[in-house]
Structures are given as structure tokens and as C-alpha cells.
Design a protein around this ligand. Structure first.
Ligand SMILES: [Zn+2]
Length: 336
């Protein structure tokens, strides 16, 4: 009986951390492995289902994607306005809110009771994904640390938290950039360098605090290490998630073939398919203003040093006057 129960648990590999840290390309790379599916930022699915405009990684709007229709049918017998409203409330009030963090630290039992209903709805969603996508591991890149640990409160889900980090200056620089295609703005959540630094501190601190609270060591991975040696990083992730795979989706050192994933939200790079090469996006080193570099470097101490991001003297050179804030649409990867 115990064996059957264990087999029925859903394995979720949850990427937690600050935005603009390469979680989309990491998730998409993992999604190419046999038995893995990358669903993108699943926490945003409720808002997307309500608004109806955001495209699934397969290219069509999420509400009309055949796979997601099947998932919602399997989980809830179809779409229901009141369910969407309740889950949106959960997403806004509990999954990312500071009050919830306090409850999680002080009274896990109260939290379990208070959130029993939405957590049960979420378990149904993951079970349906596992069944419809016929996968062993669901890769989730919502990144909100609190939500990762709310998943840990669900008995039917085995959550493996992958703590993804990136140099806070690179992430802050990315928050200053707009993604433009054919003259149209397709992706922008602008944050000031100070705001991005505080957010970087907050998200990483929450992961540190909750890992201790739950006695769980997340796997720490730096984006820079992943793109420098994807093979080693993927092998580490497989060991961490207790999954055996004899082959990795890499052609050689750093290139792979990306097939479309049914990801509901994330960096526009999720629409890139075909042969790509993983490469570190270092544009912040030449493109970021010196005063922004200094501000972010100071504001993210001491966690920045803990994660191995030291002050690098050669980056203090100021950006050329005409340095454009625009960026390539795919960000961290090079299409071949
Ligand atoms: Zn789709």
C-alpha cells in the first residue's frame, strides 16, 4: 500500500529565485529530457486563463491549447469562472505575500488548514498534468519561493526546490531592458536597479529562511555555471531529483535541440525552437551604467558574496554613450 502511494506522488522540480535569471532556458532544457515536461510559470496560469491573450509555448493562446484544455478537463471537468477567481485570490494573497511567509514560519498547521482548499485544487492540477503529459517530472519555473514551500505542504506532491541564482547586476540590467520585436513591445517588467536589488535580496532570503524552516536543502545552481557546463549541471539536477537518465539532450558541449514546450508563461525565449547554443548573456558588463553597477553591488551585499558574485574591478568601466537598452529577443541563447 505504501509503495502504491509513493508511486502516486507527483514529482515537481520547482525553479525558485529572482526573475531574469535564466529560468526559462533552464526549464526548456530540462523539458527536452525523456519523462520531463516544462510547464513554465504555472502560478500565472489563472490570470492567463482569465485574460486569454498569452500564448502557450506551442504558439496558440493558452485557453485554446489542446493540451491545457485536456489538463483542465481532467482536473476540474473544464474551466469554471469561480475557480479562476478563487485561485487568482490565492495567487495574489497567499502564494507570494509576506503575511503568508510569517504564517509559514510560525504556524505551518494553521496554514495547512487555512489553505486546504486551494492546495487541494493545485494538487488536482499537477496530477492532471502528470497524466495528460504522461511525464515523470513536472518542471515549474514560477520562481516565487513561497509558492515552492506551499507545494511542500501538499502530501501528494514531492517538491524538489532548485534555487537558481544569477549575478544580481546581470538580473538588474535585464529588468531595465525592453524586448521589442518588429517595433512592438512584447515583454517588459521594468524595475529600477534599487528595486531589482531589494527583490533579489528578498527572494534569496526567503529561500534561505524557508529551507531552514523545512529542513530541506534546495539544490543551488548559478545560471553562469549552468551555461558554462550544462552537462555537469543537468547531471547534478538529475541526482538531486533522484531520476535516472542515461542520455542528456545535449549535442555537444553546449548545444541542444529545443522542441516547443507547453509553457504557460515566461521569457519570450520559450518560443525559440530548433538547434540552439547555450551562452552566457554578459551584456550588463558593457551596457550597464557605472552608478547602477555600484548601487546593485552595494545593495546586494552580503548575499551576493555568499553566492560567489564578487565585485569585479574591470566591470566599473562605464557603458558607451550610445549603448542601446534594447536586447535580443531570445536573451540568453543563440539560435543557429
Ligand atoms: Zn500548448
Amino acid at each position: 500500500v505504501i509503495d502504491a502511494k509513493l508511486r502516486n506522488r507527483v514529482k515537481v522540480l520547482y525553479i525558485a529565485g529572482q526573475g531574469r535569471s535564466g529560468s526559462t532556458i533552464l526549464g526548456d532544457t530540462l523539458g527536452q529530457m525523456e519523462g520531463f515536461t516544462h510547464v513554465g510559470e504555472l502560478l500565472e496560469v489563472w490570470g492567463i486563463l482569465k485574460a486569454g491573450r498569452v500564448r502557450c509555448g506551442c504558439g496558440v493562446p493558452v485557453p485554446v491549447c489542446g493540451m491545457w484544455k485536456e489538463v483542465l478537463n481532467e482536473a476540474y471537468g473544464g474551466l469554471d469562472e469561480s475557480l479562476i477567481s478563487r485561485m487568482l485570490e490565492f495567487r495574489n494573497l497567499d502564494a507570494c505575500d509576506r503575511a503568508c511567509l510569517r504564517d509559514m514560519i510560525s504556524g505551518e498547521r494553521t496554514l495547512r488548514r487555512r489553505l486546504a482548499k486551494p492546495l487541494a485544487e493545485i494538487e488536482r492540477l499537477y496530477r492532471a498534468i502528470q497524466k495528460v503529459f504522461n511525464c515523470e517530472v513536472i518542471v515549474e519555473s514560477s520562481k516565487h519561493p513561497m509558492y515552492a514551500y506551499l507545494l511542500k505542504l501538499i502530501d501528494g506532491i514531492d517538491t524538489y526546490v532548485l534555487h537558481l541564482n544569477r549575478d544580481p547586476r546581470a538580473s538588474a540590467y535585464s529588468f531595465l531592458r525592453k524586448h521589442v520585436k518588429d517595433g512592438n513591445l512584447i515583454w517588459a517588467t521594468e524595475r529600477s536597479p534599487l528595486n531589482a536589488s531589494l527583490m533579489w535580496n528578498y527572494k534569496n532570503s526567503v529561500i534561505e529562511v524557508l529551507s531552514r524552516r523545512f529542513g530541506h536543502r534546495p539544490l543551488h545552481l548559478r545560471y553562469e555555471d549552468f551555461v558554462a557546463d550544462p552537462r555537469k549541471s543537468l547531471q547534478g539536477i538529475l541526482r538531486f531529483a533522484d531520476v535516472n537518465r542515461s542520455s542528456l539532450p545535449l549535442h555537444d558541449h553546449r548545444s541542444l535541440n529545443l522542441e516547443a514546450q507547453h509553457s504557460v508563461s515566461g521569457n519570450p525565449s520559450r518560443f525559440v525552437t530548433g538547434k540552439v547554443e547555450l551562452r552566457e548573456d554578459q551584456s550588463w558588463k558593457t551596457g550597464m551604467k557605472t552608478r547602477d553597477k555600484i548601487l546593485v553591488t552595494a545593495a546586494t551585499w552580503p548575499l551576493r558574496v555568499k553566492y560567489g558574485y564578487t565585485a569585479i574591478p574591470h566591470v566599473w568601466r562605464d557603458a558607451p554613450e550610445q549603448s542601446p537598452p534594447g536586447a535580443s529577443e531570445v536573451g540568453e541563447i543563440v539560435q543557429q
